[in-house]
Design a binder for this molecule. Structure first.
Ligand code: FDA
Length: 393
């Protein structure tokens, strides 16, 4: 009997690859060290799994090679995954910005993938820890696991990134890549938000307050979404997105009132002889607590609008439109949605995800140096890269 294709990691990418390979008639063994499949899917999207986005393109990904993801994404589109979801009768809705979520629960996505695997005769081995992979002289592979050696015709590494070690993330995929001499780009937590330096410690006093802002990164990318102040620093969708595009030492800039010509508004208040304290005026738009601390920290001594010198109003308006912050770091792997970086795309075929140096060895999903923005793009990469590999078998 022919050796099975062995897929390592029963997360989003591994499940999709296994079911597609099984449908093609291949014997498939899917190995997972947790006692159940798809744990990260279960906690995704606040438990409702933002499983794809209606508008996916290469520009929604960060990678050493911006073109690498194009081929796979074009051959398994978000509509392909939606068709699968609909075929299983799973209700879904668009929340915002093309982000598709389950109406009920992420459990439905895991159940769907499990059922598809069962129908495709995929053998799932749970509570089985992958330790290493080696290549045999006849070109086949041996996967060393806690339950013994598993021979394989091909091996697919779908062991994901380093984020949320509490639910099973490990570095095994990168270790296997390095063992075979494949380059791995620097790894950092991403989509995790920012921590702040001591001089911005006052921000942590705003914990729980959220504001609708435009957050801009030095690479020119900006996001119009909410930020949420936390005990650590900045969270919320805009900060999560920003953390993917930020490099240590760089600043980020916030426009706190993106809808408003702030200088014009403040000058008008002055012309109207407004006796309101400036911090109270700001408080009407930015919450009183935020306005109070922001003014205390940056613009102490501001009084009534009618008495403020033009120069002071200009400085205030300028900071409200372009508030430059230097984060001390990002929050880290315990909160990160993804790992930025991974197996260098130069090492892989963009058509099949197969290693150029080691025929028969494939890398799919988050372990590859392709990281999606927040909004369903990471799952879409998992589905598409998995599908690209399975098509090649
Ligand atoms: P994934 O991490 O899913 O799977 C890897 C599997 O390998 C795991 O099951 C793991 O246990 C297993 N494994 C690891 N080491 C092993 C070993 N030594 N032996 C055996 N098995 C091993 N994305 C998105 O598009 N929409 C969303 O809504 C969200 N939401 C979200 C929320 C949170 C809290 C997080 C942390 C992440 C998200 N994401 C997301 C990101 C998304 O979950 C992630 O990009 C994909 O799950 C990646 O899929 P993979 O299959 O590559 O890795």
């Amino acid at each position: 009997m022919s050796l099975p294709i062995v897929v390592l990691g029963a997360g989003a990418a591994g499940l999709m690859c296994a079911l597609q390979a099984g449908r093609r008639g291949h014997p498939v063994v899917l190995i997972e060290h947790n006692d159940r499949i798809g744990r990260k899917i279960l906690i995704s999207g606040g438990g409702r799994c933002n499983f794809t986005n209606t508008s996916v393109s290469a520009k929604n990904y960060v990678s050493g090679n911006a073109h690498f993801c194009k081929s796979a994404l074009s051959r398994f589109e978000s509509s392909d995954f939606v068709a699968l979801v609909e075929a299983h009768g799973i209700g879904y809705h668009e929340k915002k910005l093309g982000q598709l979520f389950c109406d009920k629960s992420a459990r439905e996505i895991v159940a769907m993938l499990e059922e598809e695997c069962r129908e495709a005769n995929v053998e799932i081995r749970l509570s089985c820890v992958v330790k290493s992979v080696s290549k045999e002289s006849d070109g086949s592979f041996a996967v060393e696991t806690s339950a013994g050696r598993v021979p394989a015709s091909r091996v697919v590494i779908a062991t994901g990134g380093l984020s949320i070690p509490q639910i099973g993330a490990t570095e095994i995929g990168y270790r296997i890549a390095r063992h075979f001499g494949l380059k791995v780009t620097p790894l950092t937590p991403a989509l995790d938000g920012f921590t702040v330096k001591d001089e911005l410690a006052f921000l942590t006093e705003l914990s729980g307050i959220s504001l609708d802002v435009t957050l801009s990164c030095l690479n020119g990318i900006s996001f119009r979404e909410n930020i949420l102040f936390t005990h650590a620093g900045l969270s919320g969708p805009a900060a999560l997105q920003g953390s993917l595009h930020w490099k240590r030492g760089e600043s980020i800039t916030l426009d706190l009132l993106p809808e408003l010509d702030v200088l014009e508004w403040l000058m008008q208040e002055k012309r109207d002889a407004s006796r309101k304290q400036l911090k109270n005026l700001l408080g009407e738009k930015l919450t009183s607590r935020f306005a109070e601390l922001f003014c205390e920290h940056y613009h102490p001594g501001l009084g009534e609008a009618c008495q403020a010198p033009d120069k002071a109003l200009k400085a205030l308006a300028s900071r409200l439109k372009k508030w430059e912050i230097f984060p001390s770091g990002t929050v880290g792997y315990n909160k990160a949605e993804v790992t930025k970086g991974g197996v260098d795309t130069d090492e892989l075929s963009s058509k099949t995800m197969e290693s150029k140096k080691v025929p028969g060895l494939y890398f799919i999903g988050e372990v590859v140096d392709v990281t999606g923005w927040l909004g369903g793009f990471n799952f879409q990469w998992a589905w598409a890269s998995a599908s690209a590999a399975a098509e090649a078998f």
